[in-house]
Design a protein around this ligand. Structure first.
Ligand code: TRP
Length: 336
């Protein structure tokens, strides 16, 4: 609870370029919570360094991710937008929760297994304890609800287990958070090259992903090349993964249902349809991109938002931090 409001928390890593999958599945929906909930939307730079980053790029992407939050419609007056490493409570609580998270639990995380495979030369301790830091992000603000993609569900379950374990030992300390997983087709946008695989921002095949910041002609070209099937009919029949994915994207950007889309394109070819999807996507992203560009030219404004967000988040985090310190038997922090 924050005053009379329940808390929502989510985070995005400033690594890689966000795709329309990230936009439709998560970012675009974040603003729907802003009125009813106290919302914290965080740029999780501490999570990003679990994989080796180029320093200049990490710094630029941190600004970019914040700018994208705002460009996607999150009002900095109505949401706490901030950078994780600006608020010391995340790393502090992260360490504490490391000591209440089991080696065996962390070993079962599928994202750890995936990332270890992909970064075999850098399987560092942070990559392993990543979910405990994520639990800290969430529990620090007494979060009730965490809007995340399906791939984060396992991490959220771990956060719940850690919260329950801590509460069991010390009495009620943390609210046990619930995942909020968008179940509409927009939540699972698939690769344009392999439509049975989720669209991933780290896919090496450039034609597989559409980035939020891709130029209009690039977007249209990528949709033109999207893998479909050898039939001609635009409908959501089983086995037509490519077409279904395009219908999901078109529906998400235009608000049309599958039935409406089938009717609109009855008797028309895949070429027509792909062009329509590309145009709808480019049209919808144009204002986001324009606002993003404007914001990126105003570093000073972005830094003001970072400061304001960090101050609010830090202030709000202190209650949980001092409660946790007291419960586990740390001495009172001297003021200096
Ligand atoms: N692990 C999340 C991801 O990669 C990012 C993240 C970090 C997060 N901390 C969080 C998401 C807390 C929700 C809540 O997508």
């Amino acid at each position: 609870m924050y005053k009379d409001k329940k808390v929502v928390f989510s985070g995005i890593q400033p690594s890689g370029q966000l795709t329309i999958g990230n936009y439709l599945g998560a970012l675009k929906n974040f603003k729907e919570f802003s009125e009813e909930y106290r919302c914290y939307y965080c740029v999780v730079d501490e999570h990003a360094i679990t994989v080796r980053q180029n320093p200049a790029e990490l710094r630029r992407r941190t600004y970019e991710t914040l700018a994208l939050y705002i460009a996607a419609g999150l009002d900095p007056e109505k949401n706490v937008l901030f950078v994780q490493s600006h608020v010391p409570g995340h790393a502090e609580l992260g360490w504490i929760l490391d000591c209440y998270t089991m080696f065996g639990e962390l070993s079962r995380m599928t994202q750890f297994k995936d990332k270890s495979r992909k970064n075999a030369d850098n399987i560092n301790a942070g990559l392993f304890t990543y979910p405990a830091l994520m639990a800290a992000d969430i529990l620090l603000y007494q979060t009730e609800m965490v809007p995340v993609g399906h791939d984060q569900k396992q991490h959220l379950e771990l956060a719940r287990d850690v919260a329950e374990r801590f509460n069991q030992i010390y009495g009620d300390t943390f609210i046990v958070p619930e995942p909020f997983i968008n179940k509409t087709p927009a939540a699972r946008i698939m690769s344009l090259a392999e439509p049975t695989k989720k669209m991933s921002k780290s896919d090496e095949n450039e034609n597989a992903t559409v980035r939020i910041l891709d130029e209009r002609d690039v977007i249209i070209k990528k949709f033109k090349r999207a893998v479909t099937d050898s039939e001609t009919e635009i409908c959501a029949r089983e086995g037509k993964d490519g077409i279904i994915n395009l219908m999901s994207i078109y529906g998400a950007f235009t608000g049309k249902t599958f039935e409406e889309i089938e009717r609109e394109f009855a008797g028309r070819g895949y070429g027509d349809f792909k062009l329509a999807v590309g145009e709808a996507c480019a049209d919808a992203l144009a204002p986001v991109q324009a606002e993003f560009k404007r914001l990126m030219q105003d570093k000073k404004y972005l830094e003001e938002i970072m400061l304001k967000g960090a101050m609010e988040a830090h202030h709000d985090s202190l209650r949980t931090m001092s409660k946790v310190r007291r419960k586990i038997g740390f001495t009172e922090k001297p003021r200096f």
